[in-house]
Structure formats: structure tokens, C-alpha cells
Design a protein around this ligand. Structure first.
Ligand code: MLT
Length: 407
């Protein structure tokens, strides 16, 4: 008789964003005429850049011609894209990365979830609190945690509180851990680590023999020069860190699917690079050719300019939300180096209750902070990825109803 993976039983009902989608659907069923504005899940709304679309059209034409048609591609990604990534992301930052250290994939969500397969089930790990839920859930599924405790934490997990007091930059763990998930710019807090803060983590990992799993999916949004766009800008990082980057938020690829992971050969004497290569060759058949040509166009002259304009559009949304909510008397973090706003609720308002309140009073959807971890309680995340009109309208509704929301 087969046995199921009972680690799944440890997880709460459903994945955060699936649970939120269900709540919105229920509200809309009850209020079919309601004009609901969705600033919940971080999904982009602007169309693909014209240079990207043109590259896709050209690639589709190639696929329509027997002379240029392509079947299976390399599991690690086509050389043309890996070379464009090296030039666009690393050489431009003064970082040397080899082509065989880059693995193109269909999304950072999959990569950050799958990477833990390379490590023993005995490995301990640390995550921020609050945190992008995939790091934790994937480790729960793999059996690297104990049960969910009454305080909302899992046993055998080191939580690193990111709070207003520490400027959402967690302190080092009290006890050594094997794996450390860092996300900068951070989802959900919208804040970014400075060079100095990141250097502390690299030094710690080098000293203790830990590996840093560095999720940098939002690096294109960094505006402050003090916040590095890649962990490899810091000396010594290649010996301790794996980096994840994505075209989803950089270039509107949430529905197109393309990302990449850098596994340096300097890490674990090249062993992790070889293992990830083995894993990808066994379990993944590569990203489709048309999408990889689209991703390559992101680094072209026209692509770069068009994408900067789209990022500027979202960051203007972020400014509108930040300034609008601040003027209504709320405290808001983030939105400077990231497209997320981390809204501090008044004391004793539970973030899931606030979700209902905001939906009922303003017909605006956000994401409850406690969905990202116990230290997310008392906070609420808004995304800047909406369209301008709806974002401005959401802020106006919040301002108009600030008294009721605060109460
Ligand atoms: C989010 O809203 O946190 C993101 O959309 C999730 C993701 O990128 O998978």
C-alpha cells in the first residue's frame, strides 16, 4: 500500500494567494456590481515592451520555417540568452560570471522552491519573518521542519524577525544554520538591504559554512545606490551564495515565464553547480525558444529603455500610494527600492480582519501581513503593479475612509 507524503498535512489549508483569490471571488459573487481594485498579488498589468514583442514575433516566424525551426533546447538555456544575461546583469555591475554558472528557467518561484532538493533533509534553515511563503512551504513539503505550532511558527525553523525596529533588516541567527534565505529588495516589506548589511551576511556565511539563497527578483526596482543589484557585487559572495533573478517583475513576464539562477562554481568546490545542472537536465526541458528570444531583447538598447519606462510607471504608483497613505496619517514602508508598500496598521487590528474591512469599506484588495509570517501581523501589503487610474482611485478611497479604517 502506498504512503502519502504526510509533510503536506503540516501546511495550512491553501497557498496564501490562492486563499486570497477565493475570498475575493466570494465577495464578488455577493456584490456583483462592486468595482473591486486589486492591489493584492504582485502581478504586473503593463503590456510587454515593444522590443520584446518584436523579438517574439521574429522567433515565432523562425519556428514556422523548417530551416530555422528548433526542437528541444539546452536545459540550461540558449547561449545567446546566457551571454545577454552576463552582459546585462553582471559585466555591467563589474561582476564576472561564467556562462555555465547561469541556468535559465521558467520562473524564480520554481527555482527557489526546488533548490532545497540539493541539500540534505537534515539541514537547518533560516527565513525572514515576514517572508515570501514559497521558501517555507517548500521546506515543509520536503520534511525539513516540525509541526506548525500555536504561535504560527513551524518547529525546527529559524525565524529572523524583520521589524520596524530593525528597519526590516533581520539580525543574524542566534544559533548557526545551514541555509539562509534572503530576499532583497524584499517581498513583502518592500525594503532593500544595503551593501553594508549584506556584507554582514556574507561574512557570517563564510565563517559558519552556511549557504545564502539570495532571491533578487525585484533588483530592477532598486533606486538607491547603496543597495546592491546583485549579491556578487560584494567580495566573497561567490563562495557562499546562489542568486535568483527573474524577468517576471523586471519585464512583465509573469504570464510569459522566464527567470535564471546563478550557481557559482566557487561554491562548494563546484559541487552545487554540478548538482543543479544534473537536476535541471533530469527534471526540466528548458524554456521555450520564443520566450528566450523575448528575454534576450530585454537587454537590447530599445528593450532596456522601454523597460525602464515601465518600471518608472510602477514606481510612480508606489509614490502615489506611499504619499497618499502617509498624508492620511498612516505609516507606510517600502516603495522606494521595490514595488511593494508595507502598511503599518493601527495596533490591535489583525491583518486578515483588515483585509475584510478594506474590501468592504473601499472595495480595495491587498495582502494581509500575517500571511507572510507571524511578524507580518499588524501590517498589510499593497502592490504598485496596478494601473495608474485604479491605483489613484484606491488611494482616494482609502483617504476618504481613513477614519473608518483606523477605527
Ligand atoms: C507576490 O504577490 O508575492 C508575488 O506575485 C508572488 C510571486 O512572484 O510568485
Amino acid at each position: 500500500m502506498y504512503q502519502l507524503n504526510t509533510n503536506y498535512d503540516k501546511l495550512p489549508g491553501s497557498y496564501l494567494f490562492a486563499a486570497i483569490a477565493k475570498k475575493i471571488a466570494a465577495y464578488q459573487k455577493e456584490h456583483p456590481a462592486a468595482d473591486v481594485i486589486r492591489l493584492g498579488i504582485g502581478d504586473v498589468t503593463r503590456p510587454l515592451a515593444p522590443a520584446v514583442v518584436a523579438a517574439m514575433h521574429r522567433a515565432v516566424d523562425e519556428m514556422a520555417d523548417a530551416a530555422t525551426f528548433r526542437g528541444y533546447g539546452p536545459e540550461q538555456g540558449y547561449d545567446f540568452l546566457r551571454d545577454a544575461i552576463i552582459r546585462g546583469e553582471y559585466t555591467s555591475r563589474g561582476v564576472e560570471i561564467d556562462r555555465d554558472e547561469i541556468f535559465v528557467s521558467d520562473g524564480s518561484k520554481c527555482d527557489v522552491a526546488n533548490i532545497q532538493e540539493l541539500f540534505s533533509p537534515e539541514c537547518s534553515f533560516a527565513i525572514g519573518d515576514p517572508v515570501y511563503p514559497v521558501y517555507l512551504d517548500s521546506n515543509v513539503m520536503a520534511g525539513r521542519t516540525g509541526e506548525l505550532l500555536a504561535d504560527g511558527r513551524f518547529a525546527r525553523v529559524t525565524y529572523l524577525p524583520a521589524t520596524e525596529e530593525n528597519r526590516f533588516s533581520p539580525a543574524l541567527p542566534a544559533e548557526p544554520v545551514d541555509l539562509i534565505y534572503l530576499c532583497s529588495p524584499n517581498n513583502p516589506t518592500g525594503t532593500a538591504l544595503t551593501r553594508q548589511e549584506l556584507a554582514v551576511w556574507i561574512e557570517y556565511a563564510r565563517k559558519t559554512g552556511a549557504v545564502i539563497l539570495y532571491d533578487s527578483a525585484y533588483s530592477a526596482y532598486i533606486a538607491e545606490p547603496d543597495c546592491p543589484g546583485s549579491i556578487y557585487e560584494l567580495p566573497g559572495a561567490k563562495e557562499v551564495a546562489i542568486e535568483f533573478k527573474s524577468f517576471s517583475k523586471t519585464a512583465g513576464f509573469t504570464g510569459v515565464r522566464c527567470a535564471f539562477t546563478v550557481v557559482p562554481k566557487a561554491l562548494a568546490g563546484g559541487k552545487l553547480n554540478a548538482m543543479w545542472n544534473r537536476r535541471q537536465c533530469t527534471k526540466f526541458n528548458g524554456v521555450n525558444y520564443v520566450v528566450q528570444r523575448a528575454a534576450e531583447a530585454v537587454y537590447g538598447e530599445a528593450g532596456r529603455q522601454e523597460i525602464r519606462r515601465t518600471i518608472g510607471y510602477y514606481m510612480e504608483n508606489a509614490r502615489i500610494i506611499r504619499e497618499g497613505l502617509s498624508s492620511a496619517g498612516f505609516t507606510v514602508y517600502g516603495g522606494v527600492n521595490a514595488p511593494y508598500l508595507w502598511w503599518s496598521l493601527t495596533k490591535n487590528v489583525k491583518s486578515f480582519d483588515f483585509f475584510d474591512r478594506l474590501l468592504n469599506v473601499c472595495q480595495v484588495v491587498g495582502t494581509p501581513g500575517s500571511g507572510f509570517g507571524p511578524h507580518g501581523e499588524g501590517f498589510f501589503r499593497l502592490t504598485a503593479f496596478g494601473n495608474r487610474e485604479q491605483t489613484s482611485e484606491a488611494v482616494e478611497r482609502i483617504k476618504r475612509n481613513a477614519g473608518q479604517l483606523l477605527g
